[in-house]
Design a protein around this ligand. Structure first.
Ligand SMILES: [Zn+2]
Length: 605
């Protein structure tokens, strides 16, 4: 048995888009991601993955589920195996249910985002009170509008600024969140002091960590959050969440090396830039980027260090380059970073340079030819040998063919001869990240082995009030705690599902998420009602953003309706008290008992 609260934590930590994309390459479509459904055969994509709901749904065949559900349905895994795989990726240990205290520790992990959010608010507030920090930003050419957009803040020059934010500075979670350092002799102090603070967001917009730039000449110049349960620099890109719309509009994303570069570029109208966080570009980064845009431009300094960093990015990009995806490499004049460049020369000059970015294939061959000039037989042989692992890493069939032809031209070898030298690959492997260590291969070969859902699933139906309540509550399950919600006992599947949903959410002690709740009800009698309601929420105009208002409104209408049907309403109140709700529930039971005991023929007269 795996404790339910662990499942909830796990689902709030993994990104279903990453999980699904590993097996089914996804394409961005509005707020969601799409692909042709892996569970049924189709030509136009109706398989949708929602990053906000952390849920997938196929409008064609009705397949649906969380990240766990996907590994089970698509990979044929058992529930424990699916959980184990996701936990491994997320760096979590699957707990044994007997161990006491385990759930407490996980509760702490859940609290980490609340802590980082509080810290971000604090730093933002401190910026206003620090003329020095403001002067620094102004000196870098930033105007008043840009700092709030990025949530830029200031960590005061003191040992324990955060002690004023959190009730207990001793709280171990502050350390876990990477905000407080426990030094010698139990001296605790803030990690970030006298620094300009850049909050780092995950793909859901939650603050998961910080980058801090020193104000003066202190060292280190840039300081990031350490690896924490929330933050992993090899996975995250600074600015990606904020830039996502601009990236879509520009049809491209520019990758730079520092957060100040991202902010400076945005200041000059280039708001589709993101930065790696003190690490070279990883395959996970590249995959994330290609999910946002078909065109990724890596921007580097033109010096030797810049070319070396570009080469590493190239090596990580090659295995993820699909046909139709385009990675470009742009180099700035020696000695200039993007911040300097755009301030000195402006947006137009930067975009001109970006448009001339060297395609990955050309960059690869140029660099290889520089190392092994094919001007002699020996040079050509060395070039083929050097190119071999890189071409083997390619997974895009058309790109591979074109590269082979270019290499044939460069070396003067006939193409079929060259292909033999490069070694045949029977079938191009599917693009997978280097760090993917999942042992999923064995069970991945028969994805559509069973019809998943009954045929009536997902059919259009008249909107019902109960269904609206289900939808709002599924999008914001925490709302179940805020008032007494109806638990109808009318006997329809929707009534039963709403009652169960309210009972579970109101009674649960951990943080609730859409995916967590859906996982809880997976394979219960309510699953199909809940899943189809969730899938239809957007069509019904019910959104996570407005769920609170929509729920309050729906609840008010529910009680009005109950009143019209002869039950006491709640005058002047939209939500009944617990007592009133209890009375209504009892009345409802009485009503049902009466209607059941009456002969059918007379009941409706
Ligand atoms: Zn399908």
């Amino acid at each position: 048995m795996i404790p339910n609260d662990f499942i909830q934590t796990l689902l709030s930590r993994v990104d279903i888009v990453d999980v699904v994309d590993r097996y089914v390459p996804l394409k961005k479509a509005g707020a969601n991601y799409q692909a042709c459904c892996p569970f049924h055969s189709e030509k136009t994509p109706s398989f949708t993955v929602s990053p906000t709901k952390q849920f997938y749904h196929c409008f064609g065949c009705g397949a649906h589920g969380t990240a766990i559900g996907f590994l089970m349905e698509h990979g044929g895994k058992s529930f424990p195996d699916a959980v184990e795989e996701l936990a491994r990726d997320a760096g979590l240990q699957v707990p044994r249910i007997e161990r006491p205290g385990e759930s407490d520790r996980r509760e702490h992990a859940m609290d980490l985002t609340a802590i980082t959010l509080e810290a971000a608010k604090f730093y933002r507030g401190q910026l206003k009170d620090s003329p020095r920090a403001i002067a620094y930003l102004q000196e870098r050419g930033l105007t008043g509008a840009i700092a709030p957009r990025f949530g830029i803040g200031y960590a005061p020059d003191a040992w324990q600024p955060l002690a004023s934010v959190f009730s207990s500075y001793e709280e171990p979670a502050l350390e876990t969140a990477g905000l407080v350092i426990a030094g010698d002799a139990d001296k605790r102090y803030d990690r970030f002091r006298d620094r300009i603070m850049f909050p780092i967001h995950d793909s859901r917009g939650q603050v998961i960590g910080f980058g801090g730039r020193v104000l003066g000449d202190g060292e280190p110049k840039y300081l990031n959050s350490p690896e924490t349960p929330l933050f992993s620099k090899g996975r995250e890109l600074y600015g990606l969440f904020l830039a996502r719309n601009a990236i879509r509009e520009a049809g491209a994303v520019v990758v730079v090396e520092g957060y100040m570069d991202v902010v400076a570029l945005a200041q000059h109208g280039i708001d589709y830039a993101v930065a790696t966080l003190g690490t070279s570009t990883t395959p996970t980064h590249v995959q994330k980027l290609f999910r946002q845009s078909d065109r990724v431009i890596f921007c580097f300094d033109g010096d030797a260090a810049g070319r070396k960093a570009a080469w590493r990015a190239l090596e990580n990009a090659l295995p993820v380059l699909a046909d139709g995806k385009n990675a470009g490499f742009m180099f700035l004049p020696d000695g200039e970073d993007p911040d300097d460049f755009v301030r000195r020369r402006g947006k137009v000059a930067f975009e001109e340079l970006a448009n001339q970015a060297t395609p990955a294939s050309e960059f690869l061959l140029t660099e290889l030819c520089a190392q092994h000039p094919p001007t002699s037989v020996e040079g050509a042989a060395a070039l083929v040998a050097a190119a071999r692992p890189h071409i083997a890493a390619l997974t895009a069939p058309v790109l591979t063919a074109l590269m082979q032809r270019r290499l044939a031209d460069l070396t003067g070898l006939p193409e079929n001869e060259l292909r033999r030298l490069l070694g045949h690959r029977a079938e191009p492997a599917r693009a997978r990240s280097h760090d993917d260590t999942s042992g999923a291969q064995g069970s991945r070969d028969e994805p559509s082995r069973r019809p998943l859902r009954p045929a009536q699933f997902g059919q259009r139906r008249a909107p019902s009030l109960v269904r609206e309540l289900i939808q709002a509550l599924l999008l914001q399950p925490e709302l179940a705690r805020s008032g007494t919600l109806p638990r109808p006992e009318g006997g329809t599947p929707e009534d039963a599902a709403l009652s169960a949903l309210v009972a579970y959410c109101a009674g649960s002690e951990h943080t609730l998420t859409t995916a967590g709740v859906m996982q809880y009800f997976a394979e219960s009698p309510h699953e199909s009602v809940l899943a189809s309601a969730l899938a239809a929420a957007e069509d019904a105009g019910i959104t996570a953003e407005h769920a609170a208002v929509q729920l309050a409104d729906g609840v008010a209408r529910y009680w009005q309706q109950a009143q019209r049907e002869g039950f006491p309403g709640i005058p002047g109140e939209s939500v009944p008290t617990a007592e009133e709700a209890e009375r209504l529930r009892q009345l409802e039971m009485v009503r049902r008992a009466v209607s059941i005991s009456q002969p059918k023929s007379t009941r409706n007269h």
